[in-house]
Design a binder for this molecule. Structure first.
Ligand code: PLP
Length: 411
């Protein structure tokens, strides 16, 4: 079974509205599926009132929010009480730093990486400094930008409280083997594990109980949906973490870590992403009765196979080019590299390359991608940063041909 790309693209109005553009800035934010737009429109046209009161549009609005929360809890194989839908991943991690940090003590240790987006570094560093907690850094290879789990295991001690790392680098596109790492960490220590999956979730929605993590975060505006952050907090943690909402709603699990309060229409439209996955799954032979996690696995197989085809020619080209330094792995095996391809142009600035590609109708990215620490460790000056081509399953092989021709001119 291969992905029916025409069917996929028909689900994204922006593909039809801007047909000449090659959109390869998906790791910044993806197009929105029509099912999400439909949910937003319906909410705003019919039930845009304060939800959960007794009158009918209000009741309907509350029910639609519950549908979205229950749907995402099922897709992630977690309890609905373990799910918070907040404004963004950066905001969710900021809130969690207050929740976790409340019990940190001088002499405790945490581990962060050199590979992460700042959203999964800065908040923990700041809280650690405030509390006298030692920060240990899991270093990347300065040439490739990759993390070696063996280096992590050497950093764990009996004082390690938390480990923070990324499921997938938003620069290197590397997928870190989360389940294996969590298993080993559990054998060696009592450390809790928090994973940033913002760069991974557009390619696969995981069964979180199978991964075994304690906290997991990603952003739906990069997963074809609204600007919302998904936050999973393992319920076993609840006693250790300080609630961050008004005192009288802290016992309501979905409100405990969301001092911003829910953005009603946006929360409702989160269900649209699942509607889209459902439509896609059925179109490719699935049944509506399939287990939600099996459905995500089946979609992942379709996505990865297609994304691998898109990625390989770009990796080959950049790896062999004397005009660019490719970051991360030069090859993509099953599920170990997302189609997020960053490189440092060697004869032009990243800004010039992005501007040149724009002339060819290619929407790409340049800068530090809020991962300046990783760039610095790679020896890349953060002012101009790197260039990045980030693809998802709705990109096509024809588009990759156009990107390659444009890259040749730009570099
Ligand atoms: C890997 C990664 N983590 C975290 C974030 C922050 O997500 P948000 O924009 O929802 O705060 C981003 C955003 O680009 C990201 O790429």
């Amino acid at each position: 079974m291969v992905l029916d790309i025409d069917f996929v693209r028909a689900q994204f109005p922006q593909c039809a509205n801007d047909p000449e553009r090659v959109f390869c800035s998906n790791a910044g934010g993806s197009y929105m599926a029509r099912q999400v737009i439909d949910r937003l429109d319906h909410y705003n046209a019919h039930t845009r009132v304060q939800p959960y009161y007794a009158f009918s549009p209000s009741r309907e609005a509350g029910e639609a929010m519950d549908v979205a929360k229950q749907g995402w809890a099922r897709a992630l194989n977690i309890g609905v009480e373990e799910l918070t839908i907040g404004p963004s991943t950066s905001m969710n991690s900021y809130v969690m730093a207050q929740a976790l940090g409340a019990s940190w003590q001088s002499g405790d240790e945490i581990i962060i990486t050199q590979q992460d987006h700042e959203a999964n570094i800065g908040v923990w560093r700041r809280k650690a400094e405030e509390k006298g907690v030692t920060v240990r850094e899991w270093a990347i290879d300065p040439m490739t930008g990759l993390l070696d789990p063996a280096d992590l295991y050497a950093l764990l001690t009996e004082r390690t409280r938390w480990l923070f790392f990324t499921h997938c680098s938003n620069l290197m596109g590397t997928v870190n083997p989360v389940a294996d790492i969590v298993r080993q960490v559990r054998k060696q220590s009592a450390a809790r594990v928090c994973v940033d999956a913002v760069a991974y979730a557009p390619h696969h929605i995981c069964d979180l109980k199978a991964l075994g993590v304690d906290i997991y975060l990603f952003s739906l505006y990069k997963v074809f949906g609204p600007h919302q952050g998904i936050l999973y907090v393992n319920q076993e943690q609840a006693n250790e973490l300080q609630g961050q909402s008004h005192y009288f709603i802290q016992e309501v699990d979905s409100k405990r870590y969301n001092p911003a309060g829910p953005q009603h229409a946006q929360v409702v439209s989160c269900q649209g992403v699942l509607d889209y996955f459902d439509v896609l799954h059925r179109h490719h032979g699935g049944s509506g009765d399939d287990d939600p996690c099996d459905k995500m696995e089946a979609l992942q197989r379709l996505f990865w196979a297609h994304e691998k085809q898109l990625t390989a020619p770009l990796l080959d080209y950049l790896d062999q080019s004397s005009h660019a330094r490719l970051l991360g792995k030069t090859h993509c095996n099953d599920g170990d590299r997302a189609p997020t391809i960053a490189f440092k142009p060697l004869r032009k600035s990243s800004a010039e390359v992005a501007a040149s590609m724009d002339q060819d109708g290619i929407g790409t990215e340049n800068g530090d991608f809020y991962a300046p620490r990783a760039l610095e460790h790679l020896g890349i000056e953060t002012g101009d940063g790197a260039a990045r081509i980030s693809l998802v399953h709705y990109n096509t092989l024809d588009e990759v041909e156009r990107i390659l021709a444009s890259l040749e001119r730009a570099l």
